[in-house]
Design a protein around this ligand. Structure first.
Ligand code: NDP
Ligand code: OXD
Length: 308
């Protein structure tokens, strides 16, 4: 019986080493070197080649290497009975909260403008916003969004949160699925932390930007497909959105020719807001592998109907 690690353009050896360090009896293979496809019962996947999983007749569960599972749900070679799990860990939430807090502070204090000025040897103070001027709004209050909302609130920001079901979070004003208008009209800095599903794809569009409180800023750390790219460009050019910070893109790496690269009002990072740590992943995978073999419930199994 083996556990298969599958990823394109990513070195999976540190993950195999961490799993073996945790349990040296595990049989761990790295795709594409698979001795006997019939022995694979559990797989871990990130950016897997399309339609790969039909090759493993005894596969029972697949874990995402990250928090998101959209790459697995979009893969038609994964039949329904296969269980899908995801990665949840305190360090993932902590890194994400730090990333968003940093981005929000940089927006408030015009950090990008001063980088630009320094390159031109220019000395010019520009007006800045204080924490009291702007409210942040987190879309998606799950494992990551909730921690981020709390981190912003603890740092003195006014924080709103939007999720399918209303949440109780101290000093965070929470809105439910059908209160999107109210949430947006109270939010200046919108942070997208939603899973990518049929309902959330393309949610960051012009209609939504128009509903936000002015001045409006966007931070997208969820998935590139949440954003309608041409609508963001229009919104930036017309001043509807003042600045955007993007960590995720519908095509990654972002192609050289992409118009976002040359936009001064967009800050780009290469999908690094929160990175999986091999040791923590190994801990969870070994536990779930043993649970699978014992016929137990798996940790962090997702609901395929809901899509997250
Ligand atoms: P969770 O599944 O824990 O939380 C999802 C949240 O979104 C829940 O609060 C859920 O509401 C809400 N939600 C889902 N659908 C809707 C909807 N239609 N309307 C309103 N709210 C909705 O996800 P995580 O917090 O773990 O992760 C979020 C995403 O972050 C991942 O899917 C991934 O895409 C991205 N990510 C990005 C990383 C990066 O480095 N850039 C790293 C890790 C993750 P409810 O609670 O009511 O169900
Ligand atoms: C994830 C990610 O889903 O890195 O973990 O985006």
């Amino acid at each position: 019986m083996s556990l298969l690690l599958v990823a394109q353009h990513r070195d999976m050896k540190p993950f195999r080493d961490a799993i073996l360090e945790k349990d040296s009896n595990m049989d761990v293979e790295i795709w594409p070197e698979v001795q006997d496809p019939r022995r694979v019962q559990f797989a871990v996947a990130w950016n897997q080649p399309k339609n790969l999983f039909g090759q493993y007749p005894n596969l029972k569960a697949i874990s995402s290497l990250g928090a998101g599972v959209d790459h697995l749900l979009a893969d038609s070679s994964i039949p329904d009975p296969i269980r899908i799990t995801r990665f949840v860990a305190p360090s993932l939430s902590d890194q994400m909260s730090d990333y968003v807090l940093t981005a929000v502070l940089n927006l408030l204090r015009n950090t990008e403008e001063y980088y630009r000025q320094q390159k031109q040897s220019e000395w010019k103070a520009v007006p800045f916003f204080s924490k009291n001027d702007l409210a942040a709004g987190v879309m998606g209050l799950g494992e990551l969004g909730r921690d981020t909302a709390e981190r912003l609130q603890m740092n003195g920001f006014k924080v709103n949160g939007w999720s399918k079901s209303k949440k109780e979070i101290d000093d965070v004003v929470s809105y439910s699925e059908n209160e999107l208008n109210e949430f947006l009209s109270a939010t200046n800095i919108l942070v997208c932390m939603l899973p990518l599903t049929n309902e959330t794809e393309g949610i960051l569009d012009l209609k939504l930007f128009k509903m936000m409180k002015q001045p409006a800023f966007l931070i997208n750390v969820a998935r590139g497909e949440h954003l309608v790219e041409e609508d963001l460009i229009y919104a930036l050019d017309t001043g509807l959105i003042t600045r955007a910070v993007l960590d995720v893109f519908s095509k990654e790496p972002l192609p050289d020719s992409h118009p976002f690269w040359s936009r001064e009002k967009i800050t780009i990072t290469p999908h690094i807001a929160s990175l999986t740590n091999p040791k923590e992943v190994a801990e969870l995978l070994v536990e779930n592998y043993k649970r699978l073999l014992s016929g137990m419930d798996l940790l962090y199994e997702i609901d395929r109907e809901k899509g997250y």
